[in-house]
Design a protein around this ligand. Sequence first.
Ligand SMILES: CC(C)(COP(=O)(O)OP(=O)(O)OC[C@H]1O[C@@H](n2cnc3c(N)ncnc32)[C@H](O)[C@@H]1OP(=O)(O)O)[C@@H](O)C(=O)NCCC(=O)NCCS
Length: 204
Amino acid sequence: MADSHATKTPAASPPRGRSRPASNAPSLAADVRVRLMGAPDLAAYKALRDLMLAAHPEAYTSDAETELRRPPETYLVRVAGAADGGWPFTFTAWCGEWMCGAITCERDERVKVRHIAHIVGMMVHPDARGRGTGRALLDACIDLARRRRGTELLTLSVTSGGAEAIRLYEGAGFVRYGRLERAIRIGTRYHHKDLMALRLETAT
Ligand SMILES: CC(C)(COP(=O)(O)OP(=O)(O)OC[C@H]1O[C@@H](n2cnc3c(N)ncnc32)[C@H](O)[C@@H]1OP(=O)(O)O)[C@@H](O)C(=O)NCCC(=O)NCCS
């Protein structure tokens, strides 16, 4: 699913008016490309992330106000393992000229837990949804994690009641193994998090 198209500067605003196709097939729309993120993409990544954190506060643990103050280069850590076969790595989706989605996979380097990787920061711009973008990002992430030597388990947390995201993860084989009640608090409201995991075949 991943490819190596050249990095492009994102347009100021995405094309509008896209809707979920009638078909249930999760195949990726023809004009969407998924590839690993590199350092030149960090400004576009920050723009997308800031937009998503503000639009969906309940879906993410980071808060929009704090993250807005972060310079783009602080996200360099999210591409650290892309080139050298390590961790973390981030896949991005491109709808023509603009970055319309992203997902990051990271790993705790401590010896006893380095067989487990974690998916964070799944996001698809509202105008790019329902076209297979999220599934393509997730598949690319699972595929590369599987090829990183020694990875046996992928985990993630998703806000309970986030139907689109939960269906997406279940569709890829993730199974809920627990729930953290009151995992995040936004003002006076609490949201629970479903904890999900996917077993990977052990690489030989
Ligand atoms: C969740 C999200 C990433 C899905 O992205 P997407 O590009 O729309 O997903 P896809 O088009 O690839 O759809 C993949 C699967 O997700 C589920 N899904 C997507 N949109 C859905 C909808 N509107 N209703 C129900 N299920 C939906 C389905 O299972 C779908 O598979 P199908 O097409 O075979 O039915 C996106 O909606 C998003 O970014 N939401 C806001 C932030 C968020 O919740 N992030 C997750 C944090 S853990």
